[in-house]
Structures are given as C-alpha cells and as structure tokens.
Design a protein around this ligand. Structure first.
Ligand code: FRU
Length: 500
C-alpha cells in the first residue's frame, strides 16, 4: 500500500522529466553530402543557420568524400536512424539512386539538390541550371578570346550530373564558332589534385599545342590546371587564362581568385543551404512546396569581382554576428533548461514528501483506530466483568491469577515495587519475573502498568475524579507521566475519554 503512491509519484516525475527531453517532437533531417570541400562547408553552415530559425529541427550530416559506396551506406544508416526527411547530393547519377529509392519507398520525403538521380523517386529538386552555366561560360569564353583561340576543358566527376550538363552547355555554346578549337577535354573529378595531375600529363604529351584558355568544370579544377601550367611554364612561356565555376565568396574563393586575376572568370554556383532547409521544413509541415526550384546564378569577371567580394564579406560579417547571437541565445536557453529540470526535481521532491507525510498520517490514524477498538472491546468486557484484565481467567495458571489479585489489591500504592510484589508472592524478584514472563509474555512491571491504566480508564468513565486524581488513585506519582503512558496505551489523552 505504501509503495504504490510512491511509485506513481516517481512515474509522474519521470514522465515530466522525459517531457523535457531535447529531442522530443523534433524534425530529424539527414543531409547526405557527396563530397567535403569549401563549397559543401558553406552549404552545411547555411543549413545549420537555417535551422536556427526553427526550434524543432535536428540536422544529421554525413559526407561520402566522393565515394559512391560510402554514400549508399550513409544514406541507408541515416534512414535506419529514423530521419524524417533526407536531403541528398548524389555523387553520381545512377549509382546512388537505389539508396535514394529505398529511403523514398519507406515514406521518407527526399530533397535532391544540385546533383541529379536517375530515378524519379524524390519529393523535390533544388539546383542552379548547370547546363545554362556551362553554356554561358562558353559564350563568355568565345567573346573573351575574340572568337579565336584554343581551349582546354577539364570536366567534373564522370557520371555526375553537373559535370555532364556543364560540358554539354559549354560544347553547345562553341557550336558554329569555327575560330574556337577544343585542344583537349580531360576527365577531372572536381578536385584540384586530379586536375593538376591530368593537366601536367597532358602538357607533357602535347608540348607543341598552344592553349589560350582553360575551362575547369569548377574553380578548384581550374586552379589545379593553373598550377600545372605554371610549373610547366618555367621557360617563360605565357600561361593561358583560366575559367571555373563556383564563384565562392571568402578567402581563396572563386570571387577573390578572379579579383586577384588568378582566374579570369567564374560562375556563382549558389549553395543556399538556408533555402534548402526552409523547403525541407515546408515539406515536413505539410505545406505546399515547389517540386523544382531553380537557383539564380551569375558570372563573375574582373569587372564585378571587387564589388561582389565586398558585398559577400559584408554578408559573412553579418552571419558571424548572427552566429554569435545564436551562441549567446543557446547558452542562455541551456541555462533555462537546466533551471527547468532543477525546478521539476524540486517539485517532485516536494510532492514525494507530501505523499510520505500523508501516508504516515494515514498509518498513524489507523494505529489509533486499532487502539480504540481494543479499548472499546476492553470496556465492553469491563461492563460484563468489573475487573476484566486482572480477574482469573480459565486458561490462566493459578499463579497468574493470584499475581493479578496482588496487583489489583496494591496498585494504588505509588511506592509499589516489583520487590514488594515478589515478597507478597513469596518469591524472589528474579523468580517472579521469570514465572510471569513465561506465563504471560509480559514483565511484572508491564502487567502492573496495564492494570493501572485500565483501572484509570474505568475511573475516568465512571467517576467525576479529575485526571490528576485518577492518576494518583491508580498509583502514578506524576499526572504528566500518567498522561503519556495513557496515550501510549490507548492512543488518546485521558481527557478524550470524557469527551467520548
Ligand atoms: C562541391 C562541388 C563544386 C561543384 C559541385 C558540382 O562539392 O565539387 O565544386 O561545383 O560540387 O556538383
């Protein structure tokens, strides 16, 4: 009986504390990135920033470091971990599709961004137009070379959709431009080291081919090629112009490279992680959302690089402020959370204490009720027999019967001691104790006290004597001690007998 309310209380407390759990009711969004580089870093930072505006979003990032196999595994384990939505940039078009399909078939909404899948199993797609960027870059290059010149192209990762589309757009722009020749088209993989190695190899095999401009499928590729040309051009040969795509802001980003004339031009390939997150939340909220979102992009040349860099630096400065504000706010919220848990704990302890006190009180009431019952039944017997406790009982030995008579006769003597009682019974004190204890389970002193108190109860009920008079009448020397013993025996003070 005692345990149940306590257990209930602990359960309530646990439930209350569990309701404070930070992951409760959150949208878990898995982000599967094909690569890890400054472009992805920027996008991930924007996704996180976007999540600051929703207190119910939890992001889980995974990067496949350009490995199809790893990305497939990562998507599967994100799905197994119970994500509510998947954002994915597939490394290659066909290889990642089965994993994306598995997620989609499990009912998980999928946003494919920036790189395409070969399947139609996705909820929404967001990207800039890679074909258009390749084409616009081709147009720019034609005009930059005045319609005459030799171009070396280094493509992105084979089988990835931006690589294919940028190449197609670029080639379409060159169609019908007889003065522009493609000296070579090298297979890159978006990384600077690969571009460097392939270009170096190509240069060693094509020493007599003059190149006026290199188009790298992204800025890192263009810079890899540039290093190879710089290295090869130790004899003072003029190095070509280099164009890429990405146009990132910040240190060593494409915009700065154009401003510093290391690249001739770049094309902004927008990251827009915050928009991506907004789209994810709209889908999860069940709001209407666009199936396809085209992101705007723009050419970066020496003419606008300085301004673009200044603007992007300003934006980055503001983002850093937002980040600082967010950190301050989240540490404040963390403190609040801790405070909340402490409050709940304190409340729980108070509730627990109240329950214990109530239970203790109930237990006490029950004990008193039992004692009362005992008194009532004693009195009931008293009415039938004037000296119930001390009168001879059939089952009692003759010895106890005569001991009760002695007690009954002498209990009024306040000086009465066990020695006196023993002498009256012609026994030693020890003999008396042993016999009484063996026959009744109580000591002589206990029997004497019970007899005195029972007589006192009777006197309170049947005479007008005051409590003190009754105390003295049954052999107590101090009324206060009498009251204490009476309360221990009957669970009430002597005055209560009269009230009854
Ligand atoms: C970043 C990146 C960019 C490129 C894009 C193509 O991982 O390699 O440099 O423009 O991916 O998907």
């Amino acid at each position: 009986m005692l345990i149940l309310p306590e257990r209930g209380c602990i359960l309530c407390l646990t439930a209350v504390l569990a309701s404070c759990s930070p992951n409760e009711g959150k949208y878990r969004i898995g982000v599967s990135q094909c690569s890890a580089d400054i472009w992805r870093d920027k996008q991930n930072a924007e996704l996180k920033m976007g999540a600051y505006f929703h207190d119910n979003v939890e992001l889980k990032f995974a990067s496949a470091y350009d490995s199809d196999e790893r990305q497939v595994q990562q998507i599967d384990s994100l799905v197994d971990s119970g994500i509510d939505l998947l954002i994915v940039a597939p490394n290659q078009v066909a290889t990642i599709s089965p994993a994306i399909d598995r997620a989609y078939d499990k009912g998980i909404p999928v946003i494919v961004f920036e790189r395409k899948t070969s399947s139609q199993k996705f909820t929404a797609f967001m990207s800039a137009d890679n074909y258009e960027m390749g084409r616009m870059m081709g147009e720019y290059i034609v005009s930059r070379l005045g319609g005459q010149g030799q171009v070396l192209e280094i493509t992105g990762l084979e089988g990835s959709s931006p690589a294919i589309e940028r190449h197609n757009g670029f080639m379409d722009a060159l169609k019908g431009r007889a003065g522009i020749k493609v000296a070579g088209s090298l297979q890159g993989d978006w990384t600077e080291p690969t571009a460097y190695e392939r270009t170096k190899q190509w240069l060693s095999e094509n020493k007599d081919i003059r190149v006026d401009l290199v188009f790298g499928s992204n800025d890192r590729t263009a810079m890899g090629a540039r290093h190879a040309f710089e290295e090869a051009g130790v004899d003072g040969a003029e190095i070509p112009l280099f164009c890429g795509i990405d146009g990132l802001p910040g240190k060593n980003g494409g915009i700065q490279l154009v401003r510093d004339s290391l690249l001739d031009a770049s094309y902004i390939y927008p990251t827009h992680g915050d928009c991506l997150l907004q789209l994810a939340v709209e889908i999860l909220d069940g709001k209407p959302y666009p199936k396809e979102t085209r992101l705007m992009s723009a050419l970066v040349t020496h003419d606008n690089a300085r301004v673009l860099l200044m603007e992007s630096e300003e934006i980055m400065r503001q983002s850093q402020h937002v980040e600082q504000l967010h950190q301050m706010a989240s540490s404040y919220l963390h403190e609040l959370d801790t405070q909340r848990v402490v409050n709940w704990l304190a409340l729980g302890i108070i509730v627990l204490l109240i329950v214990v006190i109530v239970l203790f009180y109930l237990y006490h009431l029950r004990k008193v009720a039992i004692q009362r019952e005992r008194v009532v039944s004693t009195l009931w017997n008293m009415e039938k027999e004037p000296t119930p406790d001390l009168s001879p009982k059939k089952s009692e030995s003759l010895f106890i019967t005569s001991f009760r008579e002695v007690v009954e006769r002498r209990m009024e003597e306040c000086e009465l001691s066990v020695d006196d009682l023993a002498a009256d019974m012609n026994l030693s004190r020890v003999q008396l104790y042993r016999k009484v204890k063996a026959d009744t389970g109580s000591s002589p002193v206990e029997l004497l006290r019970t007899a005195r108190l029972t007589r006192a109860y009777q006197l309170l009920l049947t005479t007008d004597k005051s409590v003190s008079e009754v105390a003295y009448a049954v052999g107590f020397t101090a009324p206060s001690y009498f009251t204490k013993c009476f309360k221990d025996e009957f669970g009430m003070v002597p005055g209560d007998v009269r009230k009854k």
